[in-house]
Design a protein around this ligand. Structure first.
Ligand code: FAD
Length: 395
C-alpha cells in the first residue's frame, strides 16, 4: 500500500484525506499541520467566530474513524524528493505520494510587524486575538479594502467599533473587479458607518495611531491588515519543485506538480484552466473543496479528466451576500441586471455572447442559474440577460 502524506491541515489538506477515503483508498494517510488546533474552516473567522457567535469552526471530521494519522503543531521544513521524504522538526517523514496543501500566508504591512495592536486575520489565533478588540469597541483602522478588509469592517461595525478603512487604490477590490462594478460597492462603507479613505497610503504604524502619506493621523487602538495572501511555499525552496512568480506551485491539469508523485492543491497551487485559457491561482474555499477530489481521483487511479471547475466564492459584507462565479479577465461585454444603487443586483460578463463570469449581490438565484450557463458555455440573449425580472437562461 502506498503511503500518502498530506502537508497542511487546512480545508484542502483535510478534504484530500476525506476524499481519499471516500474514493476507496485504504492505504496509510498522514495529515501534518503546523497549527496546534484541531483542523478548522477559515470563512467563519471573519464572520461568526469574530463576532463571538461561534467559538470555533473545527471541521466535523472524525480523523480516527477515517484512519487518518493527524500530526498537529508540526512544521514541515523541507522536501527531499529523491529520498521521498519531508523534513519536520521531529525528524523526516517518508512518503510514496505527497500532497502539498500548505495554503497561503497573509502579506504583512512593511514596518508594522511587531507593533503592538497590529493584527492579521488568517488563523483561529488571529480571530481569538481580535475578539477583545470588538468586545471593547476599539477604534480600528483596517488597511486594505479587499474581501477580508470588508468582512472585518462589517464585523467591527456590528460590534460598535469606529472603523476607518485605508485603501491605496481608487476603489475597494481594485484589481479584482472593474471600476464600474467596484464603485457602487465603495458606497457600502460610508452607508454602514465606516470611513473609507481611498488613494491613501500608510506611511507608518505606531502604537495607537496610523500615519498616512501626506501627514494625516488616524487614531487606532487596533490595526487590521488585509492586503492579500501569498502561497505558503517557502519550505519547498531547494526541492526542485516548479513554482510560478507568485510563489504558487505550478500544478498541471491533474494537480500534479513537476516532481513525481507530488500533488498540490488549494491556495498554494495554480493550475492551467483550458476554460479560461490561462493559469489560475484561486484563493477561495470552493477550490479547496473541489481540488482535493481531483487529487484523490488521480491518486486512486480514477481519472476524472482535467481539473477545470468554474471558480466560485462568496463574501458576506455590509449586510449583503456577495457571490461570484467564473473569471471575467477575457470578457468583452458586461451586462447589469438591476440597479447597483438597489440592495440586490448582478453583473454578467460575456465573451463573444457566452457567459464567462457573474457577480451577484443578494441574488443567489442569478448565481445558481449563471453558474450553470458558465459551465455549459452556451450563448445568452443579451437583452433578456440584462432584464433582472427574467431568469437567466440560454438563448
Ligand atoms: P489554508 O486554509 O491556508 O490551510 C493551510 C494549512 O497549512 C494552514 O493551517 C497552515 O498552518 C498549514 N501549513 C502551512 N505551511 C505549513 C508547513 N510548512 N508545514 C505544516 N503545515 C503548514 N473563501 C470563500 O470562498 N468565501 C469566504 O467567505 C471566505 N472567507 C475567508 C475568511 C478568512 C478570514 C480567510 C483567511 C479566508 C477566507 N476564505 C473564503 C478563503 C478560504 O478560507 C481559503 O481559500 C481556504 O482556507 C484555502 O484552504 P487551504 O487548505 O488551501 O489553505
Amino acid at each position: 500500500q502506498r503511503r500518502v502524506v498530506v502537508v497542511g491541515a487546512g480545508m484542502a489538506g483535510v478534504q484530500t484525506a476525506v476524499a481519499l477515503r471516500e474514493q476507496g483508498f485504504t492505504g496509510p494517510v498522514t495529515l501534518i499541520g503546523a497549527e496546534p488546533h484541531q483542523p478548522y474552516d477559515r470563512p467563519p473567522l471573519s464572520k461568526a467566530v469574530l463576532l463571538g457567535k461561534a467559538e470555533d469552526s473545527a471541521f466535523d471530521v472524525d480523523f480516527e474513524d477515517l484512519g487518518v494519522a493527524l500530526r498537529l503543531g508540526v512544521d514541515v521544513t523541507g522536501l527531499r524528493a529523491a529520498d521521498r521524504e519531508v523534513d519536520t522538526e521531529a525528524g523526516p517523514v517518508p512518503y510514496d505520494v505527497l500532497v502539498v496543501a500548505t495554503g497561503a500566508h497573509p502579506v504583512t504591512l512593511p514596518g508594522s510587524e511587531g507593533v503592538p495592536g497590529v493584527h492579521l486575520l488568517r488563523t483561529l489565533d488571529d480571530a481569538v486575538r481580535l475578539g477583545p478588540v470588538l468586545e471593547r469597541r476599539h477604534a480600528v483602522v483596517v488597511v486594505g479594502a479587499g474581501w477580508i478588509g470588508a468582512e472585518f469592517a462589517t464585523a467591527a461595525l456590528g460590534a460598535g467599533c469606529a472603523v476607518t478603512v485605508v485603501e491605496a487604490a481608487d476603489l475597494p477590490l481594485a484589481g479584482t473587479l472593474p471600476a464600474e462594478v467596484a464603485a457602487p460597492m465603495a458606497e457600502w462603507y460610508g452607508a454602514n458607518g465606516a470611513e473609507l479613505l481611498t488613494r491613501a497610503r500608510v506611511d507608518a504604524v505606531e502604537p495607537g495611531r496610523v500615519r498616512l502619506a501626506g501627514g494625516r493621523e488616524l487614531p487606532a487602538e487596533a490595526v487590521v491588515v488585509g492586503i492579500g495572501a501569498r502561497p505558503a511555499t517557502d519550505w519547498l525552496a531547494g526541492s526542485g519543485i516548479a513554482l510560478d512568480p507568485s510563489g504558487a506551485v505550478t500544478a498541471d491539469d491533474r494537480l500534479r506538480t513537476s516532481l513525481p508523485d507530488v500533488y498540490a492543491v488549494g491556495d498554494c497551487a495554480s493550475y492551467p484552466s483550458a476554460r479560461y485559457g490561462e493559469r489560475l491561482l484561486v484563493h477561495h474555499w470552493d477550490n479547496a473543496l473541489q481540488g482535493p477530489r481531483a487529487v484523490a481521483a488521480a491518486i486512486t487511479g480514477a481519472d476524472p479528466g482535467p481539473y477545470d471547475p468554474v471558480p466560485y466564492f462568496w463574501s458576506e459584507q455590509f449586510g449583503r451576500f456577495v457571490q461570484y462565479a467564473g473569471h471575467h479577465a477575457g470578457a468583452d461585454e458586461l451586462l447589469w441586471r438591476g440597479d447597483p444603487a438597489d440592495e440586490a443586483w448582478s453583473v454578467l460578463w460575456l465573451r463573444a455572447g457566452v457567459p464567462v463570469a457573474l457577480l451577484a449581490v443578494g441574488r443567489p438565484r442569478d448565481l445558481a442559474q449563471g453558474r450553470k450557463l458558465i459551465e455549459a458555455a452556451v450563448p445568452v440573449d443579451p437583452v433578456r440577460a440584462a432584464d433582472p425580472s427574467v431568469p437567466l437562461k440560454a438563448a
